[in-house]
Every structure is written in C-alpha cells, then in structure tokens.
Design a protein around this ligand. Structure first.
Ligand SMILES: [Zn+2]
Ligand SMILES: [Zn+2]
Length: 345
C-alpha cells in the first residue's frame, strides 16, 4: 500500500485518506483525531473528535461543551479501528493528556507526534519513542542553539531570587495550559511549600490538573490576597500580564518568564524580564534529533517551527525528509515566539 493512503499533508492539516480522518486539523472537519488541547491543535467545530479523556476535558474547559459534535475518549495504548486503520494514542510528554498518534495498516506505521518533549514532567505521562516508517515531528526549537538544560536549575534560580528579595513579589509569566502547572510542580519538587498565587486566567485549567490527581500544594488566587501577603510570594500569571496594569498591585515585583524562548537573551531583554527561566514543554534540538533517531523512521515530515534545519539534519543522515509548512500551528502558547500584547488565557 502506498504511504499516501495513510498520510497526506493538506492545507487543512494532516489527512489519513484510508481512515477518513484528519490529525489536528486547522479547520472544522467531519472526523478529527486530536493530539492535545493547545488551541492551535484543538480547534472547535469538528463533527467527531477522538482524543484522550484529558484532551477532551481540556477542550471543553477552553471552548465549551458544544465544541464538537461527538467526542470519543481513548486511553494511552488502547487500540481503535477507524475504517480499517489501526489507531493508538501514546504519551507525548508535552502537557496533560498529550499524545502521539500512531496509525497502521498493512504493516506500515506512521506516527504523528503533535508537540512533545522527551524530558521528565511530573504533570504528564512520559514521552515514549515509537518505531515507525514515517515520523511526523514538530520543530518549534529545531535549531542547534536551542538546548534547554535542566529545569530544576532554573527553578533554583527563582528560589534564590525569592530568598534574596524577601520583600518583593516574583511574577512569573507562564502559559495557561501545561507550563503553569509544571512550574508549580517543579517548585514543589524543589521543596517549596509556601502558598503559590495564581492569576485568575490560570485557575480553571490548574483546578483540572488537581482534579486529575496532580498534587500542586497550596494554591491561592492572587486577587484574594492582601498586598502584604504577596511580599516575597511567587505569583504565576499569563506572560502578557507581567507588564500590564494587573502587575502594579504587587510589591516591587521581580518579573520572570518561563519559556524555551528565554534561551534567546535579546528576547528576555526586549520583554524587560528580570529573571528569564529556560523551561520548555517542547523538545530542544538534542531532543528532536535523538527522538528521530529512536523511531528508526526512514522518512520524516516536519510540521511546524524551524523546519529547514531539522529537514537538513535528516537528509544528511540519508533519511527522506520534507517540511509541511502547515499554516496555523504554533499560533499560541509556547509554539509561537511570544510577541508583545499576545493573548494567552
Ligand atoms: Zn502544544
Ligand atoms: Zn503546537
């Protein structure tokens, strides 16, 4: 069977003609398989959606109950037959519920990664590389300059600053889905037991993580706290709120931002971030290349990000590789290089 029956790139997104479905389509379709709940991958308006339970719940939280005609939940490792195509969701390690989607027929296997990271994250199931013929990867940080390092070292920097400036609030810009909860979990793992304060825009998704059994300790809404209580406190907020009016109520704030983009010093300076923290929910260059090698795929398609460098790396190793340049991915959250005035909630 030719590969085109199993996977073809289209302007709507990745299509599986044999199965009659799309993966993470950027426009409404009859049947969509969704890797994770970030809004560039999980658009509302599809006829039928197949995704993990967490992704479906997070889609409902973000877009409302009526965000798809029907929703079917699938567990990690569970096999579903879609019009003769065998479909399996496997952990992608990106955010809660995130999955790589494995599609198989007649002995050929395609894996669409969605967004992923091959780094431990206490808030989601760990990434597993899957052997396949065709691997479809993201490339958000697909340049050799992007090496994220150890997030625990970044959290230690934040805690050192809190110890050094006990009268100042520390405002940490975080993306609402995934990064907020991971930063809290990393702080708890580092032994920080004091209350952590949240901007209202982060509360709903964070409550869902807690409801799914992820222990995040004592969380409070920043708006309910007295100014004196916030001296020396850690406050998480959407990246755009760090410099907005909202931040003025905090005592002499230290501004911080947790993102893979903080590796670019000029970017941190431009955003007037006092304390950049390189913490990413996407694989870095080493993570992307190690994963491609681990899949043993002979062909690689690159959906979004820095496609060209990664395609070149694959081709140098004798792999067939092509950029897909699907318009519409990476338009929000960490997938996009943050611009001033961005909407993040
Ligand atoms: Zn994502
Ligand atoms: Zn993405």
């Amino acid at each position: 069977m030719p590969m085109e029956d199993l996977a073809v790139p289209t302007p709507t997104g990745l299509c599986c003609p044999a199965g009659g479905f799309y993966i993470d389509p950027v426009r409404p379709v009859d049947k969509a398989l969704i890797t994770h709940a970030h809004s560039d991958h999980a658009q509302p308006g599809h006829g039928a959606v197949l995704a993990t339970r967490e992704t479906l719940d997070l889609m409902r939280l973000r877009c409302g109950e009526g965000c798809a005609g029907t929703m079917q939940a699938v567990g990690y490792g569970e096999t579903v037959d879609v019009n003769g195509v065998t479909v399996t969701f496997r952990p992608a390690g990106h955010v809660l519920g995130s999955a790589q989607i494995c599609i198989e027929r007649n002995g050929r296997r395609v894996v669409a990664s969605g967004d992923y990271k091959n780094v431990a994250d206490p808030t989601c199931a760990p990434f597993e590389p899957i052997a396949c013929d065709l691997f479809i990867t993201e490339a958000t940080f697909g340049l050799p300059v992007f090496r994220h390092g150890d997030p625990t070292g970044e959290i230690a920097k934040l805690l050192q600053s809190v110890a050094l400036f006990p009268e100042r609030a520390h405002l940490v810009g975080v993306y609402a889905l995934g990064k907020a909860q991971r930063v809290v979990a990393l702080l708890r793992a580092a032994g920080y037991t004091r209350p952590i304060y949240l901007h209202g825009a982060l509360a709903g998704l964070t409550r869902y993580y807690v409801a799914r059994g992820i222990d995040l300790g004592d969380l409070r809404l920043a708006r309910d706290a007295a100014k004196s209580e916030l001296a020396g406190a850690i406050v998480l907020c959407p990246p755009s709120a760090v410099k907005e009016l909202w931040s003025r109520r905090f005592p002499d704030p230290v501004t911080s931002f947790a993102s893979g983009w903080m590796r670019v010093r000029a970017r941190a300076r431009q955003r007037q971030i006092d304390l950049p923290l390189v913490i990413s929910d996407h694989a870095d260059w080493d993570g992307l290349t190690a994963t491609i090698a681990a899949t043993a795929a002979s062909e690689v398609w690159v959906t979004h990000g820095e496609e060209d460098a990664l395609v070149h790396w694959c081709q140098q190793r004798g792999l067939k590789a092509r950029p897909l340049r699907i318009v519409g991915y990476g338009d929000e959250e960490e997938g996009a290089e943050p611009q001033d005035g961005e909407v993040t909630a």
